[in-house]
Design a protein around this ligand. Structure first.
Ligand SMILES: [Zn+2]
Length: 426
């Protein structure tokens, strides 16, 4: 039975609000709440789904709607169901209330990213309910633990259950929201994301008594090293993608505003600092955790070379964890579809390929060969910039912009599956 469009909109907003009400703050996560909700909704339409729990309550859900031509590269719609913690005292609304006020759904996850999760669920249900047969497999993934590094989520699935989630293409978060630059509107579509290299840097020195000051202690050396790191930018490198993105925006690479700087170099930021254990002892060791981020084309080794240029050969550098950068070509039928439909949905705007300085689950899916794009479209007004909502206080989703995004997203996904809107909606 085909659903009416109005009904589909109502159901998808209901899904969004229901998901926001489930407190899946990570840590501890408790994504099972979301997996149970999704499993029940999919089960009502007899959509096959599998849940994977690497640890109790840390549930990942994967569902599949089979297409008629399994030789075509499949499409996976992915979302993470965990959210970042809230400082409730700084919110003006109940963070897990999903209240509708001033035209918005308010709550943690309403943007990042239960909104896309709701769209994915609504679409899979609508397709199945209509009995429409996609021309390729459609996979739906709702995964745990993205906000803490994906160890129990996408990364776990890639390492332990690759056949469940191996896809030709993935649509994931971070892209398709309105970026206002002056009078112009852009829709960044994530095609690349930086890698990370987390490093423990240790400075050692001779310990001693606090009553006997010296200049050559581990703490003094560490203070100097951190000073150098924070004052010295890593070399600027304009990748071909960023060259074309900046030229689309009409920005010269050497005049790029601060927003773009992390996309034009490897970066390193001290984030945890420790030394000492007693007030009258000069410690023999001080260490710092450095959050390093690498551009596409770089790796652990090239990053450490650049870091050594700043800190010199002496301090001990140990890699704590790392993940590679990824970049997908925007030269695919799916990207073309996203670009043309987005620009048609907001005449006068431009959809452009984009690099995320952070990391998403796409990093892991790409290891199985998937072409991953960030496309979770939402139309945003200039007074409500994406950056202020993402992980921010009073996170909220403007309903009108969400419904605009839902129409665009549906249009792109159905077209890519070889379906017409009227195959699915009455
Ligand atoms: Zn997210």
């Amino acid at each position: 039975m085909r659903t009416s469009w109005d009904n589909f909109e109502r159901e998808t907003i209901d899904h969004l609000r229901a998901l926001v009400r489930l407190d899946t703050t990570n840590p501890p996560g408790n994504e099972r709440l979301a997996a149970d909700y999704l499993g029940a909704a999919l089960g009502r339409e007899a959509i096959e789904c599998v849940t994977i729990e690497p640890q109790p309550t840390r549930t990942n859900l994967v569902a599949r709607v089979a297409g008629h031509d399994r030789s075509r590269p499949s499409l996976m719609l992915s979302s993470h169901t965990d959210v970042v913690p809230v400082e409730a005292a700084r919110w003006t609304r109940e963070p897990f209330g999903a209240e509708v006020e001033q035209g918005c759904v308010w709550g943690r996850g309403s943007i990042d990213m239960k909104s896309k999760c709701a769209m994915d669920l609504g679409l899979a249900v609508a397709i199945k309910r209509a009995g429409a047969l996609p021309d390729r497999d459609l996979i739906l993934a709702a995964v745990a633990d993205e906000e803490a590094g994906s160890e129990l989520g996408a990364r776990y699935l890639v390492e332990h259950h690759p056949d469940l989630i191996r896809a030709g293409y993935v649509l994931n978060e971070t892209g398709g929201f309105t970026l206002h630059l002056g009078e112009r509107r852009f829709y960044p579509i994530q095609v690349a994301e930086k890698g990370f290299v987390t490093i423990k840097m240790t400075a050692s020195g001779t310990p001693g008594h606090g009553s006997m000051p010296r200049a050559d202690t581990a703490i003094a050396w560490m203070a100097d090293l951190i000073g150098r790191i924070t004052r010295t930018p890593m070399p600027r490198r304009v990748t071909p993608l960023m060259r074309s993105t900046l030229s689309d925006l009409g920005i010269a690479p050497d005049k790029a505003p601060p927003l773009f700087r992390p996309m034009l170099a490897n970066t390193v930021t001290p984030t945890i600092l420790r030394a000492g254990y007693k007030d009258n002892v000069i410690p023999g060791e001080a260490w710092v955790i450095l959050d390093g981020r690498t551009l596409p084309g770089e790796d652990e080794r090239s990053f450490i070379r650049e870091l050594r240029d700043i800190v010199g050969p002496e301090p001990l550098l140990e890699v704590v964890k790392s993940g590679p950068p990824v970049e997908a070509s925007p030269d695919t039928p799916l990207f073309d579809l996203i670009k043309s439909r987005t620009e048609a949905a907001d005449p006068g705007s431009r959809a452009i390929p984009w690099m995320l300085p952070g990391a998403t689950d796409s990093k892991f899916y790409a290891q199985l060969g998937a072409t991953c794009y960030g496309f979770a479209p939402v139309r945003l007004e200039p007074r409500m910039p994406f950056g202020s909502l993402y992980h921010g206080n009073d996170e909220r989703m403007p309903i009108e912009g969400f419904l605009w995004g839902l129409r665009l997203y549906t249009d792109v996904v159905l077209s890519f599956l070889g379906l017409r809107t009227e195959d699915v909606f009455a």
